[in-house]
Design a protein around this ligand. Structure first.
Ligand code: TXA
Ligand code: MG
Length: 343
């Protein structure tokens, strides 16, 4: 199969035509990768079980790991879930459209394939105008995981999508780099209080300011273990190189790089602005951004991991962000990416 790259240039009429072309593919049961404000998604008609089944096939995603359904209006949330209005309306008002996903009791028309047999469905309203137009023109909700092979870093450019899925999907809508770079925050609304299943684009603190203290999950669960909440496998988002984390100080970063160079052939550095690195022809540096500028560091996280693995490198050294605000999402992805593969 030839994967079409539909390049959006900002020319309104032309972009509209390309998005409509992509929508026609979705309606016909095909797969289209598209930009959201977080990462690129791999979309299919959420009401077409055969189309959704193909997402699992091309991603190599286990059938137990359910998908997020994307809708373009709050009404979509009530159409496909049994959401209690009083419970979700404050969140909709505060954060939607945007990078917040709610897990809610599903309605009949959402098939077991989307939800991996669960009676809940994860649902969100993306903010990216291309994602919203695609949903609108498709006239159907769109089921979409991140558009990477299972376990790999999420794609933040159309090139990343094609690196993983070229020849396996009908098209990718290319609107350049995604603005946030980390996935949506996932909140399980079926517990009291709601449970934070995955930190993401909307910080936990911002949600707590609206609905009060959340329940948090403890440790990530080991790969392949029975999952109380799916998609929380310890190892995830991992490039082919080992990810080595260090304390977030210039000294620890420098020292960990020296150690890594003594143990691995080629080494990558996710370098915060101005931090020192050892001189070595075997060291590849990715200029990550200013430490503390979490918007930039989040946006460039997967970009850096993918660039360094392709350099290529055997190990990537990266300082670990603190557990607060948007940094929490970056920290979560790095902790998972650094888990050694199960042998
Ligand atoms: O920002 C995002 O959320 C991106 C863009 C494309 O929207 N999507 C994304 O999808 O990150 P994915 O499939 O890579 O991650 C979705 C996570 C998975 O960990 C999955 O297990 C969890 O959501 N999930 C889906 N349905 C669920 C459910 N009913 N209950 C609990 N977790 C669920
Ligand atoms: Mg994913």
């Amino acid at each position: 199969m030839l994967t079409q790259r539909l390049i959006l240039t900002g020319d309104e009429a032309q972009d509209k035509q390309l998005i409509q072309q992509a929508a026609a593919i979705i309606r016909a049961g095909g797969l289209v990768a598209f930009p959201t404000e977080t990462v690129y998604g791999l979309g299919a008609d959420a009401l077409n079980p055969e189309a959704v089944r193909r997402i699992f096939l091309v991603k190599g995603r286990p059938a137990w790991d359910p998908l997020i359904v994307h809708v373009d209006t709050p009404e979509g949330i009530f159409r496909y879930t049994h959401a209690e209005r009083a419970l979700v309306e404050p969140l909709i008002r505060a954060f939607m459209p945007g990078p917040l996903t709610l897990v809610l009791p599903k309605r009949e028309m959402i098939s077991d394939i989307v939800t991996a047999g669960r009676d809940t469905v994860a649902i969100r309203i993306p903010l990216h105008p291309v994602a919203r137009a695609l949903i609108r023109y498709s006239q159907t909700p769109i089921a979409a995981p991140s558009a990477n092979k299972f376990g790999r870093p999420s794609p933040t450019t159309a090139d990343h999508v094609l690196d993983d899925l070229n020849g396996e999907i009908e098209a990718v809508l290319d609107a350049g780099q995604t603005p946030m770079g980390v996935e949506s925050t996932i909140l399980d609304m079926t517990t009291q209080p709601p449970t934070l299943l995955r930190p993401g684009g909307v910080p936990k603190e911002a949600i707590e300011a609206v609905i009060g203290t959340l329940r948090s999950l403890g440790q990530p669960i080991a790969e392949g273990e029975a999952l109380p909440a799916p998609g929380l496998s310890a190892r995830h988002y991992a490039p082919s190189a080992r990810v080595l984390l260090c304390a977030p100080t210039p000294e620890a970063f420098y020292g960990t790089l020296v150690d890594a160079l003594s143990q691995y052939g080629f080494v990558g550095a996710m370098r915060p602005k101005g931090w020192r690195v050892p001189q070595s022809p075997r060291l590849q540096v990715f200029e990550w951004g200013a430490w503390g500028d979490w918007e930039t560091l989040a946006q460039r996280l997967f970009l850096g991991l993918r660039a360094l693995e392709q350099a290529p490198t055997h190990a990537i050294v990266c300082p670990l962000p603190p557990e607060e605000g948007l940094a929490r999402a970056v920290r979560d992805r790095l902790l998972r990416a650094s888990q050694p593969p199960k042998s």
